[in-house]
Design a protein around this ligand. Structure first.
Ligand code: PLP
Length: 480
């Protein structure tokens, strides 16, 4: 049995300690095919770690070893593993309703969750469509935008605009608007061809150019693209503020303000994919809230926020307990689908587990924590600690940049600091950092040579110190 008792028992035994991790690892590797993995790596020394249980910011393996989860298990786990409040909500829901078809039927958790999401989301969003993972949410937003224009008599709009370095998921539609070569290149022949426009990524700014100036320059390029293509474009899709899978590349919020204006001017939708950055990651509940407007004559910029036409949410939505996603959209979009049955205007997209009651209860418990506790305020203090502890790494000879937006921070490793020339990918420096982290009780999962931190919000200041101390030694091991 893979549970905590088994692990504890093995530790207490006077007999030679059983290596349960090795046993489970061997059985796993004989039967399972893991995501985002060259499986042969596991035959060549990359361990397969069997996790028996979670405890706050920590994961505990089958042998009782503890790992601090610096990446919130692929950015999902906001309030710690085995969070008691979410667990209690699920246990209660299990005794009432595990699932029900969501066409023609509904249930209280889905209704309450939709109401709560609309209450906290940017003003102007009026409808919630559920799906069951991030990629599905992106599929829904793309199809809905296309179908909206078709219903509105503009069937020439069939394309999408996405940013360089974008990542929106790996199903074929979501992968079509993804630009990260690792995921896209092999499958490119199967994909739609969107129009990729240069990202406002501040790491790629010109020498001496501010992040804001870079964002505004990139907006001009977006304008030029829309001038040429708006007639055939349904929507622009972006990851607000941080392009996570591209290596936690960050950009100035002025871009979002300008992009909203451009989308309105050229009659295309704006899809905000907050699957990774939503729910407090960037410092505000949603990253779109940080968009600001320049005052007319000097003065401080005014944070106003923008409302996208589609807001895609997943990952942290259930606090990392169950898969669920939601696409929020406006009344204008919803209304365009209301017509006679025979008109073909109804939105056709259905997943068997749409609006699963258990997942909705987990999400309600998660949102309840944002409502009842000063989460964003606490995160500000934690983010400040993280930033202060990481800052000295900026002087390291192999660090090109230390960057941070709220509870996301990243250290970009390079071979040459002055030219920012990267290490050859074949050297897999990030993998060395990952292995070092595991050996020292820290779960890092570098994106290429970018070591990043996206810890659960329950991490303590002391655990932040520990995380950064171990990461610093992992960086040394990686660049050596
Ligand atoms: C911005 C963004 N969009 C979409 C996705 C896809 O979500 P999922 O992995 O649940 O399909 C991800 C996953 O990392 C993401 O970061």
């Amino acid at each position: 049995m893979l549970d905590g008792n088994a692990a504890d028992h093995s530790k207490m035994s006077a007999q030679p300690i059983a290596d349960l991790n090795a046993e489970w690892s061997a059985r796993d590797l004989a039967a399972i095919w893991h995501p985002c993995t060259q499986m042969r790596d596991h035959a060549r020394g990359v361990p397969m770690t069997a996790i028996a249980r979670g405890d706050g910011a920590w994961l505990i393996d089958a042998n009782g070893n503890r790992y601090l989860d610096a990446i919130s298990s692929w950015w999902t786990n906001l309030f710690g593993h085995a969070n008691p409040r979410i667990a209690a909500a699920l246990k209660d829901q299990l005794d009432h309703l595990e699932h029900v078809i969501f066409a023609g039927f509904t249930h209280e958790p889905a209704i309450r969750l939709a109401e709560e999401l609309l209450r906290v989301a940017p003003a102007g969003l009026a409808r919630v469509f559920y799906a069951d993972n991030g990629s599905s949410a992106v599929e829904v937003a793309l199809k809905m935008s296309f179908h909206y224009w078709r219903n509105a008599g503009q069937s020439g709009k069939t394309r999408f605009v996405a940013l360089s370095g974008s990542y929106h998921g790996e199903t074929l539609g979501a992968l079509s608007v993804t630009d990260v070569p690792l995921y896209r290149a092999t499958y490119a022949p199967l994909l739609q061809q969107p129009i990729f426009v240069a990202s406002p990524d501040a790491y790629a700014s010109e020498p001496g150019e501010s992040a804001q100036a870079c964002a505004l320059r990139r907006l001009a390029e977006m304008r030029a693209t829309l001038e040429q293509h708006a007639h055939e474009v349904c929507a622009v899709i972006v990851e607000p503020l941080v392009q996570c899978a591209a290596g936690m590349r960050m950009y100035d919020p002025a871009y979002l303000t300008g992009l909203r204006t451009l989308c309105d001017e050229f009659g295309v939708h704006l899809i905000a994919d907050e699957i990774a950055v939503g729910f407090g990651r960037t410092g505000t509940l949603f990253a779109c809230e940080q968009a600001y407007a320049e005052p007319a004559r000097g003065g401080a910029p005014e944070q106003r926020g923008i409302t996208p036409d589609f807001l895609c949410l997943s990952k942290g939505l259930t606090g990392g307990f169950l898969p669920l996603s939601a696409v929020l959209t406006s009344a204008a979009v919803y209304d365009a689908f209301l017509a006679e049955y025979t008109s073909g205007k109804a939105f056709l997209h259905s997943h068997s587990y749409t609006g699963n009651p258990l997942a909705c209860r987990a999400a309600l418990a998660t949102l309840g924590m944002f409502r009842d506790e000063p989460v964003l305020e606490r995160n500000r203090a934690l983010a400040a600690r993280l930033g202060a502890r990481l800052a000295p790494l900026a002087d390291h000879a192999n660090v090109a940049e230390v960057r941070q937006t709220g509870m996301i921070a990243a250290v970009e490793l390079v071979r040459d600091k002055n030219s920012r020339a990267p290490f050859p990918g074949s050297e897999r420096r990030g993998l060395r950092a990952y292995l070092h982290g595991l050996d020292h009780g820290l779960l890092l999962r570098p994106l290429g040579d970018v070591i990043y931190f996206m810890p659960p919000y329950v991490i303590t200041p002391d655990e932040i110190d520990l995380m950064v101390d171990v990461a610093a030694t992992a960086i040394e091991a990686a660049v050596r």
